[in-house]
Design a protein around this ligand. Structure first.
Ligand code: NPW
Ligand code: ADP
Ligand code: MG
Length: 277
């Protein structure tokens, strides 16, 4: 098993070309949040903006709009319950789609998820997290032909793969991932593992200071922004996972817990360090 290194993150996070504009750094659509879990969509979108995504739109429950715009005026907003939203063109306008953080498990969430899965195209990156993973497992939904990134924690992976947490060995995880041959699996835990076909690598940084609700929601935004800027591939996803934990470790030198919102604030400075050294 390979170890995800600082060096890999430095190779991925490069200085921006001078001749460029926001459209060059990724159009990200985040579909998530609900009345109960509004913060998840806000943290995912904030992480995407602070990790450098060029354009970020959030499709969510109208109840989060005021707080989203207060904390993140850079984000655009779609009220996902409006019947006039045309999901196929809305989804297809994005380079990277995130679905699931805080979406919840309602009948409406399931309907929306099905429309998004149907609209996604092979060249698009589709990151599936949180409630969307639980719904896919529960409803046995087929995944589309797209550049799939799955980011379950161990219980979400148990639901999806049928492997109990104790059964989640490298060999068993690889065998279970064969059901999703185009997908990259980010199996989140202490020392997260990343799987793609025969490749497996592991993070050896990060720690319990990250164990706060919203930490995984934040990771979705970082991965989305990195894919939008640096291209969707195994290295980019690994560098995003590394960045998330490396920031926590830096903050944890002086803090008992590293809150997702603090990790988000630290992203631009961390990325400059990586790009300029
Ligand atoms: N501020 C917001 O808006 C927030 C919104 N959120 C959104 O809420 C939605 C539900 O997501 P969820 O992760 O909270 O619930 P669920 O999928 O039921 O998993 C929990 C169960 O799994 C178990 N478990 C075992 N191993 C584990 C592991 N390594 N890591 C984690 N859990 C592990 C765990 O065990 P226990 O804690 O009981 O020991 C428990 O039984 C989702 O859309 C998410 O985005 C949250 O992000 C919070 C902040
Ligand atoms: N003890 C720990 N050691 C290392 N990383 C941790 C630890 N606890 C949580 N994390 C990290 O925090 C994130 C939690 O993700 P998740 O459970 O989806 O959170 P949420 O859904 O609340 O946002 C993952 O990236 C996980 O690896
Ligand atoms: Mg989560």
């Amino acid at each position: 098993m390979q170890i995800i290194t600082d060096e890999l993150a430095r190779q991925v996070i490069v200085a921006r070309p001078a001749i460029s504009h926001k459209g060059d750094f990724g159009r990200i659509l985040i579909i998530g949040g609900s009345q109960q879990y509004g913060g998840a969509a806000i943290m995912s979108a904030s992480a995407a903006v602070y990790a450098g995504a060029g354009l970020v739109s959030v499709a969510s429950d109208l109840s989060i709009l005021a707080s989203l715009h207060t904390s993140l005026p850079e984000a655009m907003f779609i009220d996902y319950r409006q019947p006039f939203v045309q999901w196929a063109p809305t989804v297809q306008a994005a380079d990277v789609i995130v679905i699931g953080p805080g979406l919840g498990l309602s009948a409406f969430a399931l309907l929306l998820l099905k429309q998004v899965l149907q609209a996604a195209q092979p060249e698009q990156t589709l990151l599936i997290d949180g409630s969307a993973l639980t719904l896919i497992a529960r409803e046995k939904l087929a995944l589309p032909d797209a550049q799939l990134i799955l980011t379950p924690h161990q219980m979400e992976w148990a639901r999806l793969s049928g492997l109990s947490i104790a059964q989640q060995t490298v060999a068993n995880n690889q065998a279970a991932l064969a059901d999703y041959p185009k997908a990259t699996l980010v199996l989140k835990k202490h020392h997260t593992e990343i799987y793609h076909q025969t490749q497996v690598s592991q993070l050896m940084i990060g720690g319990p200071a990250m164990a706060t609700g919203g930490s995984g929601d934040t990771l979705t935004g970082i991965i989305a922004a990195f894919c939008g800027q640096f291209g969707t591939n195994y290295q980019t996803i690994s560098a995003a996972v590394y960045t998330h934990s490396a920031i926590s470790d830096q903050l944890a030198q002086k803090q008992y817990v590293t809150l997702p919102t603090q990790m988000i604030q630290a992203l631009p400075q961390f990325m400059a360090q990586m790009a300029h050294q």
